[in-house]
Design a protein around this ligand. Structure first.
Ligand SMILES: [Zn+2]
Length: 484
């Protein structure tokens, strides 16, 4: 009797079950579990296991050259990969459908093909004509990229194994690939994992670099191929807000390079264009002098990056006031609000709070605390912050403003972009010498709140429509700000 090999696999996280259930215990998702046949090559009980082949072992001290990299010539892409594609490595590029992954990769493929490398682009999503049409629109139709619309991994490997080994192979996308070795339908976890395994084995054996494209779900996880993330050498995510023109390529995992670097691109009619100076780009449309905006001097990877943080604090009509945030960590916002209430006498219980990082960028640094707090207090009091000032610093639960890394680099970038002042943590003052900026240091959040409240327009100057939001501020601490 053949044993029943039916298993039930969560398509989100890959957890397997003996029978179907509605909710996955592994990741908490509903309706993600489907039936799959765990039919790996039929090694029945009666079959003798294959006898292994002996291979040569090598000493650890052996002579291996530094992994040779292949720079694609798109500087923002090379920055994220850590200087180019490593021979025999496999990258997974994830992103929302329609964000421009195929555009980015066809441009990359064309750059390398132009440089004389053999580049193969396999599309499982689109017909050859569609890929050609896109290349034509991007003005890349005349580049010697080799193209195919295929989904069978065995056929693809057989094709790639003939002739000169390609330097780069793009597989668009891994969800459409399938292999004969398993019975499951294409797109299921088992198929995606097995297909990726075969392709990875080919990359290691041949030295070709393979880029796998993976679509992500609404919550930013790479669907299905999440199980592939552990198998590949690097996972890059391609992000951007639908309506915005800019795109960010971010390394989530990288065996051969840094994981905090980002590459910034702008989507133009002629494809993706590199943004060499992202700060300038993100600050290009600023609401100068409007209450509720503060410029944050951040660091992304090795690069300083200036972005505007916008806050709106408005009296609420709801029993439970709203807290909405775009581009920043919501729990970080809750923390800053709690510190403002507990230590600075700022009452926000009757106000809706909205916080937005302009341009649609996503900030993960705690250093944004001070800029967020400044924007919030500015909106609440109606006091505009100086248009030529930048803010950064981490706020602790006790309201202390803590120094953050790379103060000098942040200040230098601000100065380069024409800013004249900076509000920084007191502990970071030593690093702020010779930057040409007027540096004000704050030791506590109370100090910052007092300073902003002091510059708030008096009630007489306000239009009658504007409620006296100053009432929201209780006795704030003594100002500890010193201008130098
Ligand atoms: Zn799951």
């Amino acid at each position: 009797m053949a044993r029943n090999t039916q298993t039930f696999v969560c398509q989100n996280c890959g957890t397997t079950y003996g029978r179907w259930q509605g909710k996955c215990d592994g990741c908490g998702e509903w309706n993600t579990i489907t039936e799959e046949t765990a039919g790996v090559a039929s090694a029945g009980p009666g079959k003798a296991p294959r006898k292994g082949r002996a291979f040569a072992l090598e000493p650890l001290s052996g002579n291996t050259q530094e992994a040779p990299r292949l720079a694609c010539g798109i500087a923002e892409f090379d920055r994220v990969t850590g200087g180019g594609f490593v021979r025999g490595s496999v990258l997974l590029v994830g992103g929302d459908p329609g964000i421009g992954k195929s555009t980015l990769l066809i441009q990359t493929a064309a750059m390398l093909a132009r440089a004389g490398e053999r580049v193969v682009y396999i599309s499982g999503e689109e017909a050859v004509a569609q890929v050609r049409l896109r290349a034509d629109r991007l003005g890349l139709a005349q580049t010697p990229v080799e193209l195919a619309a295929e989904t069978s991994v065995e056929d693809i490997i057989a094709t790639l194994s003939t002739g000169k080994t390609p330097r780069l192979v793009v597989i668009d996308s891994i969800q459409t690939m399938w292999t004969d070795t398993v019975d499951s339908a294409p797109g299921t976890v088992t198929q995606v994992r097995s297909a990726a395994q075969v392709l990875i084995r080919f990359a290691k054996r041949s030295g070709a670099c393979i880029i796998l494209v993976g679509h992500v779900t609404k919550d930013g996880q790479i669907a299905g191929p999440r199980v592939v993330e552990h198998m590949v050498d690097a996972v890059l995510s391609f992000e951007g807000e639908g309506a915005q023109h800019f795109r960010v390529l971010r390394a989530v995992k990288n065996r051969f390079g840094p994981t905090d670097e980002i590459g910034v691109f702008e989507m133009t009619g002629g494809g993706l264009a590199e943004v060499a100076n992202p700060s300038q780009f993100f600050l290009s449309e600023r609401d100068r002098g409007t209450p509720g905006t503060a410029v944050f001097a951040g660091i992304e990877g090795t690069r300083p990056l200036l972005v505007e943080m916008q806050a709106l604090v408005a009296p609420t009509s709801l029993g439970t006031p709203r807290r909405a945030v775009v581009g920043w960590d919501p729990s970080r916002l809750s923390m800053v609000l709690a510190v403002l209430e507990a230590h600075c006498g700022v009452r926000l219980g009757g106000h809706d709070v909205y916080l937005n990082v302009a341009g649609g960028l996503r900030i993960v640094e705690p250093a944004a605390d001070l800029a967020a707090a400044a924007a919030l207090v500015s909106s609440l009091t109606g006091a505009s912050l100086p248009a030529d000032a930048v803010y950064f610093g981490e706020v602790s639960l006790s309201g202390i403003v803590r120094p953050v890394a790379q103060t000098a680099a942040r200040l230098k970038e601000a100065q380069k972009l024409g800013f004249g002042r900076a509000v920084i943590p007191e502990g970071a003052q030593a690093d702020s010498e010779n930057t040409g900026l007027a540096v004000a240091s704050v030791s506590t959040l109370q100090g910052l709140v007092a300073d902003i409240a002091a510059s708030a327009p008096s009630q007489a100057e306000r239009s009658p429509d504007v409620p006296t939001q100053n009432q929201g501020i209780g006795r704030a601490g003594r100002s500890v700000t010193r201008m130098r």
